[in-house]
Design a protein around this ligand. Structure first.
Ligand code: MN
Length: 729
């Protein structure tokens, strides 16, 4: 947030100045060795020029300068001086090891590897970039810190390269190095990189912000001074001693806020941030209390990163309050140690005491990261570690040949199979993870090696939708099932219509030959006869609906049609019933092999009919139904999962009877049916009568979602010309 450390390009920086700065925090450093590294690099780069027209050596000097500002150890600084000699000057790593040390040579080799990585800047390739980066940084985190220092100086001198290169390098920095700096907690580097990226990627925004902030400079400085005075006075009243600073937030964070809220700079109020550095944690909370009792806090803006540190170990209290003159101001409160960690992140853990360097061994997560890098498998784990923090979480698994696949968090072997190839997915019968057979719904972990077994006879089934996590695999399975379902529905639809037509003493073949079925398409709102069969087979169309749309079957009088329609209704219900599984009408969900179980829908994912679902046995509460892709249910305990599916018999709609009185005209039944159907309302049955005064009386049982749908349907029917009245029966 604050640029406490200034990383500007220093034209006149030289080795004497570097040594002077090192001495200030690390008096026992090996200065002859540092000077030797400088001389070595200067000789190696002799004659090479930077795009800025300066001697090349100014680059490694500035990189070392940044590492000194981060107070890194002497090996890192020396590696900073030498970081380009293998890449650009054909110096061998062996030579560096001989002249300097094994550790320094390792860092330079790591950096050379990183420089050869072709970074992809598309978002989906980010994971791959991290993977490469992690492989390159091998066992030593300092590789990344030196790399960040290198990138920092290149960004600082970006104006000297072509515009195309500026965009490419800035994009890469924002995609890869900013998240890395963030994960390593080096905020000073992160914020500086972000602002330079903004300057080259969105110069119009950057310079407008710079101008706006510069415009009110004296006004703002007076305000900051005044506010610091007020806070200082209040703290002294309670005998808290604090160092207080106030600055505008860095541009990138203002820019992020503007784009997140879709507003202009003028509408961003909290551009000022204050930082209180106090002596200990007790004083942090005490100061917070004092601030909150004096200024009104904005609800929801208080964050306690002291009690719950960020994953990168950042600790601080954050709050936003209404400051003097009703300005919103952000206040951070932390101790000196916390501030060190916030600015220098992982670099803060290379400590110097009486000439001893301790490489952050007291820091558990650094240790973890380092240990994660011991093997290829664990590299993947590390990546998922880093990636989870960066919110692009996923798991990395390997094929037996060592190819890497990135899958969604909690992915299964079936996801992996579909990631390899759709056909591998469709034919998947089993999987081995790290050489052991596992069930298809096994949860994969980063670093797993997965081997898929296939069989020619295998086909996907509905349950697979509950097993896979990735949307790609889901859509492949759905597409396959839909194709199968379509074929089945066509068959079932043909069968139903055939039986219905028999009642009118004709056959499907004859009806189609006469072209009468084609004539029914328009009133049914269908595009093809196949569509009619599919809707009939799936139950979307009732048999009587289709029959009444076929012109050749118009009954002589409505009276006699009533009997036939009734018959058809019973028949079509029978057909659908036999096709479906036996199920309780009043349960929305069928639970495998169990009756009368208490079932409730999970509130976290609120499944609705049609969603892939999974049942989870909850102690004392029966079965909770989650969506298949719900991340909340406990995947750890496979034994408590139970197979469930939606009950096709369960009616999610309410049946209502309506009576329609019409003038007795031919085709009236069909036009009312069509009208109801056009509103996407299903007709469950229809009873037709003709009255003595030559009027038609129909009772339709329709299914509606709610009252408003009923009203809509009624008024729709009323608008038909032949209709006299419509009412609930
Ligand atoms: Mn470099």
């Amino acid at each position: 947030m604050f640029h406490q450390i200034d990383f500007s390009h220093e034209r006149d920086l030289n080795i004497d100045e570097l040594c002077r700065r090192i001495e200030a925090y690390y008096p026992d450093a090996d200065f002859p060795l540092i000077r030797k590294a400088y001389a070595f690099a200067e000789k190696a780069h002799k004659g090479q020029m930077r795009s800025s027209g300066e001697e090349y050596i100014i680059h490694p000097i500035n990189v070392a300068g940044t590492l000194i500002k981060l107070r890194m150890d002497e090996e890192s600084i020396i590696a900073g001086l030498l970081h380009d000699v293998v890449e650009d000057c054909d110096v061998s790593p062996e030579e560096i090891e001989k002249e300097f040390s094994h550790g320094i040579a390792q860092i330079v080799v790591g950096l050379t590897k990183i420089s050869k990585i072709k970074f992809k800047t598309k978002e989906e390739s980010q994971a791959e970039n991290f993977r490469k980066m992690v492989v390159a940084m091998a066992k030593d985190l300092r590789v990344i810190i030196v790399k960040l220092a290198d990138r920092m100086h290149n960004m600082r001198t970006l104006q000297y390269v072509s515009e195309e290169k500026q965009r490419k390098i800035a994009t890469e920095t924002l995609d890869i190095f900013v998240p890395l700096a963030s994960r390593l907690g080096i905020n000073s580097v992160k914020t500086e990189l972000e602002d330079i990226c903004l300057r080259f990627l969105h110069p119009e925004i950057y310079y407008r912000l710079a101008e706006k902030i510069a415009m009110k400079k004296s006004e703002r400085e007076a305000y900051i001074g005044n506010t610091i005075g007020i806070i200082q006075d209040k703290l002294i009243e309670y005998s808290v001693k604090a160092e207080i600073k106030g600055r505008p937030k860095h541009f990138f964070s203002i820019y992020k806020k503007m784009s997140a809220r879709g507003v202009d700079f003028e509408q961003i109020h909290d551009v000022l941030a204050f930082r209180l550095i106090v002596n200990n944690i007790t004083e942090c909370y005490k100061s917070l209390g004092i601030i909150h009792s004096h200024f009104t806090p904005i609800p929801g803006r208080f964050k306690d990163y002291i009690a719950i540190p960020k994953v990168n170990n950042y600790q601080s209290l954050h709050t936003t309050v209404i400051g003097p003159a009703a300005e919103r101001i952000e206040i951070q409160i932390r101790t000196n140690d916390m501030d060190e960690v916030a600015e220098r992140g992982v670099a803060a853990h290379w400590k110097y005491k009486e000439g001893m360097v301790s490489g952050g061994s007291n820091l558990a997560w650094v240790q973890e990261l380092l240990e994660f890098n011991q093997s290829v498998e664990n590299n993947a784990e590390f990546m998922s570690h880093v990636k989870n923090d960066l919110d692009i979480g996923g798991v990395f698994v390997f094929t037996p040949n060592g190819d890497v696949f990135e899958l969604r968090h909690s992915a299964t072997p079936l996801d992996f199979a579909y990631a390899v190839h759709t056909e591998v997915g469709h034919k998947c019968v089993g999987a081995k993870v790290n050489g052991k057979m596992v069930p298809l719904k096994h949860t994969l972990k980063s670093g797993d090696t997965v081997e898929i077994m296939t069989s020619k006879g295998q086909t996907p089934n509905k349950d697979w939708l509950n097993i896979v996590r990735s949307s790609k695999a889901k859509s492949k399975i759905k597409a396959w099932l839909l194709r199968i379902e379509r074929d089945n529905n066509i068959e079932a639809g043909k069968e139903t219509l055939e039986k219905a037509l028999k009642l009118f003493d004709t056959t499907l073949k004859a009806t189609m030959k006469r072209g009468d079925l084609d004539k029914a398409l328009e009133p049914l709102g269908a595009k093809s006869t196949d569509e009619v069969f599919i809707h009939l087979g799936s139950g979307k169309f009732s048999a009587d609906k289709v029959i009444s749309a076929i012109p050749g079957l118009k009954p002589e009088d409505i009276q006699s049609a009533e009997e036939k329609l009734k018959e058809i209704n019973t028949l079509s219900t029978k057909l659908t019933k036999s096709a479906k599984r036996k199920a309780h009408k009043d349960n929305a969900v069928i639970v495998d092999g169990m009756d009368d179980l208490m079932v409730r829908m999970a509130r976290c994912c609120n499944p609705i009919p049609g969603d892939p679902i999974i049942g989870y046995i909850t102690r004392g509460r029966g079965i909770t139904i989650h969506r298949g892709d719900c991340t909340r249910y406990d995947t750890g305990d496979v034994g408590r999962q139970i197979h469930v599916e939606w009950n096709p018999e369960f009616s999610f709609k309410h049946p209502v009877n309506i009576r329609v009185i019409t003038h007795d005209r031919p085709g009236i039944l069909s036009s009312i049916s069509k009208c109801i159907n056009n509103m996407n309302v299903n007709i469950r049955s229809a009873i037709a009568k003709s009255t003595q005064d030559r009027k038609g009386s129909f009772v339709f049982e329709i299914e509606v979602k709610d009252y408003s749908e009923l009203l809509k349907t009624i008024s729709g029917i009323e608008s038909l010309e032949e209709v006299i009245s419509v009412a609930r029966a």
